[in-house]
Write a protein that binds this ligand. Structure first.
Ligand code: ZN
Length: 138
């Protein structure tokens, strides 16, 4: 069995951003040379998510509005976590959107359902943060 590991780094311009990282994951899969197996992609920070959904501008804004209605950023005093930090909301948003995804690798391609794309969801950005890609298979 082969395995391949790669880290991506994102420094988003805004506190919250949603980035389609499918091209970077496909590039890692090509680099791995793996044709059949599994591809794990996870955020390496507890205030960011990796998730799969549609790359549609309206939906990205809907996610953001929905998450901020569940866990509004402000007032920051509403979160016991805040004090030295102001990212209490970001921890909660990450928990809703999840830590990682696993995609089957078939014939050297990510074996997606219709419209599926891999996203990096940032909830406390403007600093460098890492995403791990781990691919195993043959
Ligand atoms: Zn925190």
């Amino acid at each position: 069995m082969k395995s391949y590991r790669k880290e991506l780094i994102f420094k988003t311009p805004n506190r919250r951003d949603y980035i389609n990282i499918t091209p970077q994951v496909e590039e890692a899969l090509r680099e791995s040379g793996i044709k059949e197996g599994l591809c794990l992609v996870n955020a390496m920070h507890i205030t960011a998510s990796v998730y799969i959904n549609d790359d549609e501008r309206g939906l990205l804004k809907d996610f953001d509005d929905w998450l901020d209605s569940l866990a509004p950023h402000e007032p920051i005093s509403r979160y016991r976590h805040n004090g030295a930090e102001d990212n209490g909301d970001a921890h909660l948003k990450r928990q809703v959107m999840g830590r990682e995804v696993v995609v089957a690798v078939t014939n050297g391609k990510l074996d997606f359902g219709t419209w599926e794309q891999i996203f990096y969801g940032e909830f406390d950005g403007r600093r460098p943060k890492r995403v791990l890609i781990k691919i195993i298979g043959e």
